[in-house]
Design a protein. Structure first.
Length: 227
């Protein structure tokens, strides 16, 4: 008698290499980093101007920024970030989908405006370039321009800083260089004004500080365009 052998096929698990397994497994979306907010001083000497930096938010997410000048609704970019430039020094926070994020604020530092080296400063002036009554769209950020002038003699650098309205916090700082043939230095200062509501006209003035000397601009009040 011829006996037939029965062949049994066993199911053997298919072993994949780590690289092949990674390709076979659907990639999961990388988690978003934690939302953060920080006030950053972008001027020399640790003073202004300041930029509010938002990171880690959902792409194109609508957020509300609360700060010294009130609240403003805006939107982050495609990468979930936003750099809001020209903001005042102070405490800020951001609300997004009911969640509040407190913004980190650097210690208040006043730039060294007293060291003048070998330069003798004789006069500090500020001229208002934007005419009062200039018509602007108050629902959007507007600008006011000023021209600071430091007059002196000698060779070296002079430190200066600006303040915004009645605040004593530096709004911008830098150095003016004097030398042969240089009797004065001109400093253009552009102030960005936040949008207003209910037709309230934006208004501002600035002050230029050089050592113990200072000069204040005229008050500039803009006019809101009629809707």
């Amino acid at each position: 008698m011829i006996r037939h052998r029965h062949l049994t096929l066993l199911a053997v698990p298919l072993l994949l290499s780590p690289a092949a397994a990674a390709l076979a497994t659907p990639a999961s979306a990388a988690p978003l980093p934690a939302a953060s907010c920080e006030l950053v001083a972008t001027g020399e000497g640790g003073g202004g101007p300041y930029t509010l930096v938002l990171e880690g938010f959902e792409p194109n997410q609508s957020v509300t920024v609360h700060g010294p000048q009130g609240s403003q609704r805006t939107r982050v970019g495609d990468d979930g970030t936003l750099d809001k430039q020209g903001v005042r020094y102070g405490q800020y926070s951001v609300n997004a989908k009911g969640k509040r994020t407190a913004c980190l604020t650097p210690p208040r530092e006043k730039p060294d405006g007293g060291k003048q080296g070998k330069v003798q400063v004789t006069k500090v002036e500020v001229f208002t370039l934007t005419k009062p009554g200039t018509v602007v769209d108050c629902t959007k950020p507007s600008r006011a321009e000023f021209d600071g002038k430091i007059t002196g003699s000698g060779n070296g650098k002079v430190s200066y800083y600006w303040t915004y309205a009645s605040s004593s916090d530096p709004y911008g700082s830098g150095t003016a260089t004097f030398g042969p043939g240089v009797g004065s230095v001109s400093l253009l200062k552009v102030v960005t004004l936040s949008p207003t509501v209910n037709g309230i006209s934006p208004s501002v003035f600035v002050t230029l500080h050089v050592g113990s000397m200072s000069a204040r601009s005229d008050q500039v009040t803009l006019t809101c365009a009629k809707p």
